[in-house]
Design a protein around this ligand. Structure first.
Ligand SMILES: *Cc1c(COP(=O)(O)O)cnc(C)c1O
Length: 398
């Protein structure tokens, strides 16, 4: 981007200038076509310009875009009910982004503590977690790069490694102020790291024993991406609090925090709010996203195409340099044994959009309309580039 850009320089070079999208494809301003293996970071659930979503949004824009939360709008309750039905949880608060949903979760955990006489409630969070970039959510995040320069951090977070049940039990024994455990069912920014399902079940049991809230950040892994509505459902558990955002409205900004049991009535009138949260445009996009996912069988598709994609990647990339292909459904990480950020540009040059996170993990988050053929096209571009990259790059490269 030119030094004279009026945008703040927060994102680094942007090597692709997008003109428009169509299904699983993006087009640049010179008419070149790219297979979208990223969905705007797990956002474009239905791909680009899905005809049903476009029609619904057109109709909604012409009807009403925004009403305040001082007035009811039936679609708000409709989308809330859809989330409640699919999560087996009970109540929803709408906001506009992932960090906002997480901020609401953090406030619920704190007030839940205060309501029980705990003056300085603490929340257990994980190493390598990512929860957002507001002050509270960057404090909950387990990545010093996200925090650096913004101290003093918000206090009240205690950190433990993901999957470390002993560490969590130690915290339980030592810290009476804990009121919640907050974790991603599959860490996204941290490198596509799924929590073990048995660990999730044990955390659920410990939370029940201690009266802690289990808060599962499904901002990235939720809304069908893994082949179930919510990634924690693979473990057969129900959390107390579940923040959602990214893919929930297929591209229209939205956030939601879904709560269950005691957590669902922690907020009373005046405890939380959002001007834009629950606006009709986002609600229409959310309702339509879920309707289309069901009509087109996109949960089963995500599971099946994801399995196929992971199996092909394992076959094509087996050998030195590959650490692991992991993930669930269409949330996939390919970890290499060396930093591989340059693959993003190499893929773009061959017409494929992917991302690299945690330095050495190629992250694939394609739209849930991806077919086996699209998956084969993706592997056909990515695998030779990765093999070529591994053959000429020293392991210790920076
Ligand atoms: C992206 C993300 C967030 C932050 O969402 P924003 O909409 O960027 O604020 C929070 N948690 C997880 C797990 C995420 O992947």
């Amino acid at each position: 981007m030119a030094a004279s850009s009026p945008l703040m320089d927060t994102y680094g070079p942007q090597p692709l200038t997008i003109s428009h999208g169509d299904g699983v494809w993006l087009f640049d301003t010179e008419g070149r076509r790219y297979l979208d293996g990223l969905s705007g970071i797990a956002v474009n659930t239905l791909g680009h310009n899905h005809p049903k979503l476009v029609a619904a949004l057109r109709e909604q824009v012409a009807r009403v875009i925004h009403t305040s939360n001082l007035h009811a709008y039936p679609l708000r309750e409709r989308l809330a009910q859809m989330l409640v039905d699919r999560s087996a949880m009970t109540n929803v608060f709408f906001c506009n982004s992932g960090l906002e949903a997480n901020e609401a979760a953090i406030k619920i955990a704190r007030k839940y503590g205060h309501d029980r006489g705990i003056d300085r409630p603490e929340i257990v969070v994980c190493e390598k977690a990512f929860h957002g970039r507001s002050l509270a959510t960057l404090s909950a995040t387990g990545n010093p790069k996200v925090q650096k320069g913004f101290e003093p951090l918000v206090e009240g977070f205690v950190r433990v490694a993901l999957d470390d049940m002993d560490g969590l039990r130690r915290i339980a024994a030592e810290r009476p102020g804990v009121t919640a455990v907050f974790l991603e069912a599959i860490q996204g920014e941290g490198g596509i790291r799924p929590a073990h399902l048995e660990y999730l079940r044990q955390v659920r049991r410990l939370c029940d024993e201690r009266g802690w809230l289990l808060m599962i950040d499904e901002v990235q892994c939720g809304t069908g991406r893994t082949g179930k509505w919510f990634a924690h459902q693979w473990a057969g558990i129900v959390p107390d609090v579940m923040p959602l955002a990214k893919g929930l409205a297929s591209g229209v900004p939205i956030g939601a925090v879904v709560a269950h049991g005691a957590a669902a009535s922690v907020f009373g009138q005046g405890n939380h709010g959002s001007t834009f949260g629950g606006n009709p445009l986002a609600m229409r996009a959310g309702v339509t996203t879920i309707e289309v996912m069901e009509a087109e069988g996109l949960l089963a598709n995500a599971a099946e195409v994801g399995e196929h994609l992971m199996a092909s990647l394992r076959t094509e990339l087996a050998g030195p340099g590959l650490v692991e292909v992991r993930g669930r459904g269409l949330m996939i990480g390919v970890e290499l044994d060396r930093p591989c950020g340059e693959l993003v540009g190499l893929c773009l040059a061959k017409g494929l959009v992917v991302n690299v996170t945690a330095d050495s993990v190629i992250r694939l988050l394609p739209p849930l309309i991806f077919t086996r053929e699209h998956a084969d096209q993706l592997v056909g571009i990515l695998a030779p580039l990765v093999r070529e990259f591994l053959s000429r790059t020293p392991v210790a490269a920076a």
